[in-house]
Each structure stands twice: as structure tokens, then as C-alpha cells.
Write a protein that binds this ligand. Structure first.
Ligand SMILES: Cc1cc2nc3c(=O)[nH]c(=O)nc-3n(C[C@H](O)[C@H](O)[C@H](O)COP(=O)(O)OP(=O)(O)OC[C@H]3O[C@@H](n4cnc5c(N)ncnc54)[C@H](O)[C@@H]3O)c2cc1C
Length: 379
């Protein structure tokens, strides 16, 4: 590889949705991008996510980012020149308690003010949307018909192809050192002893963002947390949306577009911190029970695969998008399990901020040096 090939305007570390989308938007602004991924593209959390895309968040900024991201997903077939299995089947957050219902009603007020097509629907409407759903204790649900799903593999592939038109995407290239001179980024070194030069490095290492930041001696609050997932055999599609059951022993799942397999997860209590990517019989058994309790006809459905991946948590449930105290070293991560859905807009914001020196709108809630108190309610 020539030294010209190893020199670029920006180096992106990480080949998931955040790295590839940020690289794409930087390239679109005319910058030469070299993206370095230590394994294969999508090998991190992105290839392990279930592909849900929603706009029902709790603060004006997170709702705005999610709504803008949705517009980018909707335009993606044309933008990337390939179909990405984008399908707007909605998201339905079920309320099994008066407290949950009141929380959703309050959030819906904020979301509707921002122009989101969300409403609280009663039990009868839920039954029409989800034939056969068990209605015991059910009070209705928060339903946004324009929420969606898409295929993370096709999207990452599409972004990576676009980066390659001007720059390079290197896989099996692990960054092991980031070289700083006089407080400024100059290059990175890889495990196979190659140096790549650029004045800007974007840390898009997902659950490993903290380890990468430590290469320039800064500590960032991004912590991995294991989440398990599963997919079932294919079946006729009979509901269209992601169903979210937020009870402590609830779960969330949808039917994949277009083939109808059910893909889903639940959030373990207590959380499982760390990098471990193991799977458990407990999860498969519980996921089957929880789905079957909600929609009894799913009780006989066969799970055909299970796996796990990492959420990349920050203390307040919001991402970090900022330049660090080391000039040229940017952090785009801490997506808290929403990196796929928010990825396109977060990446666009990052590219604009990096290239223009200021973000297109106020994102101080994503600053690195914030106090990290408060919490995103729609986690
Ligand atoms: C089970 C599960 C279900 C999920 N479902 C959803 C969902 O429905 N919707 C949603 O929006 N989000 C979902 N998520 C969250 C989503 O997957 C993540 O938020 C998102 O993929 C994060 O993307 P990323 O690009 O930041 O990280 P990653 O995809 O993890 O990419 C980071 C990459 O950096 C690479 N890397 C790390 N260190 C180095 C290094 N030193 N050198 C080079 N490369 C390096 C890694 O190999 C990795 O490929 C889910 C997550 C899980 C685990």
C-alpha cells in the first residue's frame, strides 16, 4: 500500500453504522476518508441489532434527531443506490399500568408538538393492529405509524461503497496506537505496524470507544452492556409494527420485512455489564414465554438462532458527539442501544460539525464535558 493511500483528511475507527455513515457524510463533503475496522464491517453491535427505527423519544433534541434520521432512512434506497429493506410498519409501546399510560401521554404531547404522527390508542385499536394479542391488564398503547425497520447489513454496505469512491475502507486493520504531537492528532498505527496519517481521527468504535479514547489518555463514560436477541422461523406476517412491552418481564419484537420471521430481545434485569458475547438458555426460554404470553399463537413458534451484542451505554442515555481536548480527536458514540436508528442523523451532524467547525443545530446535550445527569426515558 502506498503512503498516498495511507494519507487522508480523516481517519474513522470502526466499521459499524456510526463509522460508515460518518465516513460517508464526510466523503460527501469532499473529504478523503480512510476507515479502519479491526474485524469485518458490521462485526460489532451493528450486525447484532434487530433493525428497529423509532422516533418516540423523550426530549426535543432526541426526538428531532430521530425524526431527521427517519427522513434519511426513507431516502436511503436512492441515496445509496441499493434497496435497504426499509419498511414503515410503526412502533407500539404497550401500557399495562396507569403510570405507564400517563408517561406515554405526557411524552406524546411533546412529540406531537414536534410534528410526530404519534397517538395513544385504546385496547380495541391495539387488537385490530395485533390480532390475537392478550389484553389482560392492557390499557392501550403509544403508537407511531411512521416508525420503521431496515436491514443494517445492506445499509453499512451501501455507506462503505460510497466511502470507497474517494477513500478507502480497510478491514482487519486494528488501530493499536493514536499518535499525538503538540496536542494534535497526526497519525494512527495498526497492529500490523502500518501508519495512517490524518489530522482528524473519529472514534466510532462503538462499545470499545472508551478503550480507543484511552489511546490518547482520555477517559470517556461509555460502558458495554450485553443484550441477547433471537430470530424465529419465517411465518405469514400478521402484524406490522415493533411491539414493545415495557413490563419488568416484558420484551420487544417485530416481524422482519419482508419474510415474517420474528426478531426480538428483552432488557435483562439486572443489566449485564462487560464485553461478554455469550448466549443463555435462560434467554431463549424466557423470550419464548414472554412472546407467547403477549400473543398466545406465538407459543409454538420455533426460535432458529440466538446471539448477543453490546449496547454502548452512557450515564444519561444520550450519545456523545464532540471533539475531545486532543485537537482533531472526535468521539461519535455512546449510542445506548439506539445507534442504528439514530445513526444516519448523528453521522450527518458529526460530518457537518467536523467539516464546518460548528454543528448545524444545538447539540450541547451530546457534549463530552456535560454533567451526565438526567435520563432518556424511552430507553
Ligand atoms: C441485541 C441488540 C439489539 C439492538 N437493536 C437495535 C435496534 O433495533 N435499533 C437500534 O437503533 N439499535 C439497536 N441496537 C444498538 C445498535 O446495534 C448500536 O447502538 C449500534 O450498532 C452502534 O453502532 P456503532 O457503529 O457505534 O458500533 P459497532 O457497530 O459496534 O461498530 C464499532 C466497530 O469498531 C470496531 N473497533 C473497535 N475497536 C477498534 C480498533 N481499535 N480498531 C479498529 N476497529 C475497532 C469494532 O470491531 C466494531 O466493528 C441493538 C444492539 C443489540 C446488541
Amino acid at each position: 500500500m502506498s503512503s498516498a493511500e495511507r494519507t487522508s483528511d480523516v481517519i474513522v475507527i470502526g466499521g459499524g453504522i456510526i463509522g460508515c455513515a460518518t465516513g460517508y457524510y464526510l466523503a460527501k463533503k469532499g473529504l478523503k476518508v480512510n476507515l479502519l475496522e479491526r474485524d469485518y464491517l458490521t462485526s460489532g453491535s451493528t450486525g447484532r441489532c434487530i433493525g428497529g427505527i423509532r422516533q418516540q423519544f423523550s426530549t426535543p433534541l432526541s426526538i428531532r434527531v430521530a425524526m431527521e434520521s427517519m427522513k434519511k432512512f426513507a431516502a436511503m434506497n436512492d441515496e445509496l443506490g441499493q434497496a435497504v429493506e426499509f419498511h414503515q410498519g410503526g412502533y407500539l409501546f404497550l401500557a399495562h399500568s396507569e403510570e405507564k399510560k400517563q408517561t406515554y401521554l405526557k411524552l406524546i404531547e411533546i412529540q406531537r408538538k414536534m410534528g410526530l404522527d404519534v397517538e395513544f390508542i385504546d385496547v380495541g385499536e391495539v387488537e385490530k393492529l395485533v390480532p390475537g394479542i392478550d389484553t389482560e391488564d392492557l390499557l392501550g398503547g403509544a403508537y407511531c405509524a411512521s416508525d420503521a425497520q431496515a436491514n443494517p447489513f445492506l445499509i453499512v454496505d451501501g455507506y462503505a461503497r460510497k466511502i470507497k469512491e474517494k477513500g478507502h475502507v480497510f478491514t482487519h486493520k486494528e488501530v493499536t496506537r493514536i499518535n499525538v504531537e503538540n496536542g494534535k492528532i497526526v497519525s494512527v498505527s495498526t497492529r500490523d505496524n502500518e501508519d495512517f496519517h490524518a489530522p482528524i481521527v473519529v472514534n466510532a468504535a462503538g462499545p470499545f470507544a472508551r478503550d480507543v479514547a484511552q489511546m490518547v489518555n482520555i477517559d470517556i463514560p461509555v460502558y458495554p452492556e450485553r443484550h441477547e436477541a433471537m430470530i424465529t422461523e419465517q411465518m405469514e406476517r400478521f402484524f406490522d409494527m415493533m411491539i414493545v412491552d415495557y413490563r419488568p418481564d416484558g420484551c420487544y419484537f417485530n416481524q422482519k420485512w419482508p419474510h415474517g420471521s420474528i426478531i426480538g430481545c428483552y432488557t435483562p434485569i439486572p443489566n449485564v455489564p462487560g464485553y461478554d458475547l455469550g448466549t443463555s438458555f435462560e434467554f431463549a426460554k424466557e423470550m419464548g414465554r414472554r412472546m407467547g404470553r403477549l400473543i398466545p399463537r406465538l407459543s409454538d413458534t420455533k426460535i432458529i438462532r440466538q446471539w448477543s451484542g453490546s449496547y454502548e451505554m452512557t450515564p444519561d442515555g444520550n450519545p456523545i458527539l464532540d471533539e475531545s481536548d486532543v485537537a482533531g480527536f472526535w468521539i461519535v458514540g455512546g449510542m445506548c442501544g439506539h445507534g442504528f436508528m439514530l445513526g444516519p442523523e448523528i453521522a450527518w451532524l458529526a460530518a457537518e460539525y467536523i467539516a464546518e467547525g460548528k454543528p448545524p443545530y444545538d447539540i450541547t446535550e451530546f457534549a463530552l464535558h456535560r454533567d451526565f445527569v438526567g435520563k432518556e426515558v424511552m430507553k
